[in-house]
Design a protein around this ligand. Structure first.
Ligand code: URA
Ligand code: SF4
Length: 201
């Protein structure tokens, strides 16, 4: 395992980078997963949202945020005033990591090593898309975008400036699904996405 960087083609557009990512063997996660799940959305979207990694359904369909977390995200995006098609959605890690429990595949959090190994794809996406605003969904995304000490709490309802874009964040939509008080968690999630909508130029 050598990291994704040596699989990233130089001077390619997003379509060719996506095709190259399908062949990535930059860490061991490609072995058990079905396929690379690359980001999706307009090539010059002003807002990029970064999740953690594909889940079970994303792994099978090859598209980000098409499972339960994606449906919750879709609903909140619409309520916040976004159309999903105007956003570019991607993940810090492009292959599904899981443990098998009976017939079910249970999501497992990617290690720091795997996030770093995969980071060249995210960096290339951000570089080619050139968004104005990057939205980190959860701590893994925050660390992938801002570095290992980043957390998502300080990003909720505010933006920080980076040389190439501004960064904001909220919790991961799966955490809303798991929250003991799901309705309260959803209300806060929606408030953060409404802030994102107001902050997007
Ligand atoms: N969770 C994520 O972080 N990304 C997806 O694409 C789906 C679920
Ligand atoms: Fe490559 Fe990322 Fe998949 Fe690892 S998780 S094989 S670095 S695309």
């Amino acid at each position: 395992p050598v990291g994704a960087a040596e699989f990233v083609p130089g001077g390619a557009d997003l379509g060719r980078v996506r095709a190259a990512a399908a062949e990535c063997r930059g860490c061991d996660l490609y072995r058990d997963a079905t396929q690379t799940v690359f980001g999706a959305g307009p090539a010059h979207a002003p807002v990029v949202m970064v999740g953690e990694q594909p889940g079970d359904q994303e792994d099978l369909r090859g598209e980000p945020f098409v499972g339960p977390a994606g449906r919750l995200l879709d609903r909140a995006l619409e309520e916040a005033g976004f159309q999903r098609e105007e956003l570019y959605l991607t993940n810090a890690v492009k292959h599904f990591k899981f443990t098998e429990r009976g017939k079910r595949r249970i999501h497992k959090q990617p290690s720091r090593t795997e996030v770093v190994a995969c980071s060249a794809w995210l960096a290339t996406e951000l570089d080619l898309i050139g968004p104005d605003l990057v939205v980190c969904l959860g701590a893994v995304a925050a660390k992938a975008v801002l570095g290992p000490s980043a957390t998502v709490g300080p990003l909720r309802g505010r933006t920080v400036e980076r040389p190439d874009f501004r960064v904001t964040g909220t919790v991961h939509p799966s955490s809303v699904l798991r929250a003991p008080d799901r309705e309260a968690a959803y209300t806060e999630f929606l408030a953060d996405l409404t802030y994102v909508h107001d902050s997007a130029r």
